[in-house]
Design a binder for this molecule. Structure first.
Ligand code: GUN
Ligand code: ZN
Length: 434
């Protein structure tokens, strides 16, 4: 039976490569384009006057909107929704005061399911269609999350926190139980529909050596699962790691020792890294999730994007809810830009846009599936209203070109600019095709 085709008409912007290597040609803009989608996959994207619509085809008129690939959030904690915007502490106190108490509620499947549903709807409301997500230590928290993601047909990666020390008893597993629970979750969920599993030791201070070793064993047994953890976020944390692992050269070598640094390893933050650590990250094909809103909100420090780019380490953007104070990747880009400004580095609009889309997909090793509108990719995208507020309208009216409009949108935009989000070609906000 011939497939039904959907044609989406509007302005389009997407990355074909990394602007750091390919220059500004890495980004393609089509002022009046038509995206053809069949069975949720991209068939083609061309200028409207070069596209002929044939056969059984539904046209979705999004003229006046800017269509971009769905945003990718490469580090976020779904159970921390209620921790967002909590006042006044830095990382280690913040974990004890706000985060650990809230995470204890996720042994309850109803709490976990309701929070996962809210979280995923909020991501989509902000134009985010893929995320790498922390659960809690409870296996049920990840079951609940995957069920909620599966019912929304989303491409999501999640994992159960492994944590057997330096946390409240109610949040501690054991090396063996963390191994068993993670393995059961991998067997049930990894590569099911659009879902994938991440082995998730919280960070070095909350895992014994025995637990980190079992995390490495899981990675050996399931070679295409992800590894997701925190690295070098806060100075007191770095000092603590040095005292807990006195034999290790630096923070990264703690993870290296247990085989946790490799392709599909994603390290959130990575602020206080040495030149040697950057070089080793590159050699191991590991990636970084840069979380600017969180780094500013909990006062962790200024991420060195230039060092990451020089070392050719893939960098995606993360909201790090609840350390971060916004679900919006547009707001996240804004803070990322300013963090580099403070260090004398002017990030070009194309590079910022790349980190939120194709660069995030590369960091998650998903660029074969998502990140732009190349034929065969999954049709996850966002229709942006670049004039959603009076200020944006005024600013857009003086923009000379699409780069200027894009930059203003990334600096001034937020959830108000998300006109609609599409998952595998299906409109989310409208509940059905337009
Ligand atoms: N390091 C260890 N756990 C956490 C967490 O939940 N949030 C952040 N931002 N950093 C962490
Ligand atoms: Zn985090």
């Amino acid at each position: 039976m011939p497939s039904h085709t959907h044609a989406y008409r509007g302005s389009f912007l997407h990355c074909l490569a990394d602007p750091a290597h390919a220059g500004t040609d890495a980004v393609a803009y089509i002022d009046d384009g038509i995206l053809l989608v069949e069975d949720g996959l991209v068939v083609s994207l061309h200028a409207a006057d070069k596209t002929t619509l044939q056969g059984d085809c539904t046209v979705h008129d999004l003229t006046g909107k800017l269509l971009v690939p769905g945003f990718i959030d490469t580090h976020v904690h779904y159970p921390q929704v209620d921790v967002i915007a909590s006042h006044g502490t830095q990382l280690l106190q913040w974990l004890e005061t706000y985060t650990f108490p809230v995470e204890q509620q996720f042994d309850n499947m109803d709490t976990a399911s309701a929070t996962a549903a809210f979280f995923l709807d909020e991501l989509m409301r902000n134009g985010t269609t893929t995320a790498l997500v922390f659960g809690t230590v409870h296996k049920a928290s990840v079951d609940a999350f995957f069920h909620a993601a599966q019912s929304r047909n989303l491409r999501m990666i999640c994992g159960k926190v492994m944590m057997d020390r330096n946390a409240p008893d109610a949040l501690c597993d054991t090396p063996q139980s963390s191994y068993d629970d993670s393995k059961a979750l991998i067997e049930q969920w990894h590569n099911t529909d659009r879902l994938a599993y991440a082995v998730t030791p919280r960070f070095a201070p909350t895992s014994s050596e025995e637990q980190l070793q079992l995390a490495g064993k899981l990675l050996n047994e399931f070679s295409d699962v992800y590894m997701h953890t925190h690295l070098s976020e806060n100075m007191a944390e770095c000092d603590w790691v040095a005292s807990l692992f006195p034999d290790q050269l630096d923070y990264l070598s703690v993870y290296e020792r247990f085989g946790l640094v490799r392709k599909r390893s994603v390290f959130a933050h990575s602020i206080h890294l040495s030149h040697s650590e950057w070089t080793r990250m590159n050699k191991a094909c590991a990636a970084v999730a840069h979380c600017p809103t969180s780094n500013l909100f909990i006062g962790s420090g200024l991420f060195d994007l230039r060092a990451a780019m020089k070392a050719c380490v893939p960098v995606g953007l993360g909201t790090d809810i609840g350390g971060g104070d916004s679900f919006s990747i547009l707001r996240t880009i804004n803070e990322a830009y300013k963090i580099q400004q403070l260090q004398g580095f002017n990030v070009i609009p194309e590079q910022a846009f790349y980190m939120a889309t194709l660069g995030g997909a590369v960091a998650l090793d998903l660029d074969n599936h998502i990140g732009n509108f190349e034929p065969g990719k999954e049709a996850d995208f966002v229709a942006l209203d670049t004039t959603a507020t009076p200020l944006l309208q005024r600013r857009a009216s003086v923009a000379q070109n699409w780069q200027s409009t894009l930059f203003a949108l990334m600096m001034l935009g937020d959830d108000r600019c998300i006109y609609d989000t599409f998952v595998m070609g299906e409109s989310v906000k409208r509940g059905q095709a337009l």
